[in-house]
Design a protein around this ligand. Structure first.
Ligand SMILES: N[C@@H](CCC(=O)N[C@@H](CS)C(=O)NCC(=O)O)C(=O)O
Length: 267
């Protein structure tokens, strides 16, 4: 595991416990860099996430895309089982992250509904309008494809390669990984064909569905499976369009820079 950390600073960041409990999302969107702060500000909502959580990262990316400045994140510590605390069980009945709590007490869990609610509440151009039922149906279709055909094998790989090492001290079950990689390979072959006629997963506009993919695709790169993406012309071009977006690029760069072992600017 230490060899792995030394070679892969970003993975090391995902594996390491959080150093400070809060970071200000205000600063992600204002200055496009993650920065940690312990100051409490007037906030519209608080995201309860955890370092290394791909589900919480979905919400972080939506917030970064939104430019919202009135929210903050509290990072729960999985190692201390903060997510199973009575406080978090009130936010999330399954004792997981992410959850969001608004100023009026409105609480939501499950990353995709959270992303949709934030996009609707703040009128973000990340999903079609209800006035276009066909576009909405295509959005829901693409969303269902991600949740049912991409997410299960991709999270299996992430669990085996990351969560098991960090929380259970167990090696990855390579047979499980191999089966999931095979399933994803077939998945991306189908997606390659579908992206022939569109720029993004739900059509020609960047949407929440593209964001839903980003954290786990990012982890596929970290675990050494980048060729599933880069080896397919249309999928590779889609990925470049996604990670070329300034807000997405900024979050990814900030996460990499915050990783222990990452070269420091003024070092
Ligand atoms: N379907 C949920 C999945 C939430 C989830 O599994 N979160 C993980 C972190 S990525 C978690 O909290 N795991 C801790 C546990 O299950 O005890 C979502 O989209 O938010």
């Amino acid at each position: 595991m230490f060899r792995l950390i030394a070679r892969r600073p970003i993975l090391a960041h995902l594996l390491s416990p959080p150093e400070l409990p809060l970071y200000s999302i205000t600063q992600i969107s204002k200055r496009c860099s993650l920065s940690y702060s312990s100051t409490q500000k007037m906030t519209d909502f608080t995201l309860y996430g955890a370092r290394g959580s791909s589900n919480a990262d979905r919400v972080r990316l939506v917030i970064a895309e939104s430019g919202l400045t009135n929210c903050k994140e509290v990072q729960l510590d999985f190692a201390k089982r903060d997510h199973k605390s009575p406080e978090n069980m009130l936010r999330h009945p399954w004792g997981k992250v992410p959850a969001v709590v608004f100023e009026d007490g409105f609480t939501l869990y499950e990353s995709r509904p959270i992303c949709q609610y934030i996009a609707r509440k703040y009128k973000l151009p990340l999903l079609p309008t209800d006035a276009d039922p066909k576009a909405m149906a295509l959005f829901e279709q693409a969303s269902s494809v991600e949740a049912n055909y991409f997410n299960p094998p991709a999270s299996k790989i992430s669990f085996e390669k990351l969560a098991k090492a960090r929380f259970l001290g167990l090696p990855a079950d390579e047979a499980v990984v191999e089966a999931a990689v095979k399933e994803l390979d077939t998945f991306f072959s189908i997606i390659e064909g579908l992206l022939q006629d569109k720029q993004y997963m739900a059509g020609d506009n960047f949407s929440l569905v593209d964001i839903y993919y980003i954290p786990l695709v990012q982890r596929l790169f970290l675990f050494g499976y980048s060729d599933m993406i880069t080896g397919r012309q249309n999928v590779a071009a889609w990925w470049e369009r996604c990670v070329g977006r300034p807000a997405i690029k900024a979050v990814m760069a900030a996460d990499a820079a915050a990783a222990p072992g990452a070269p420091k600017k003024d070092a």
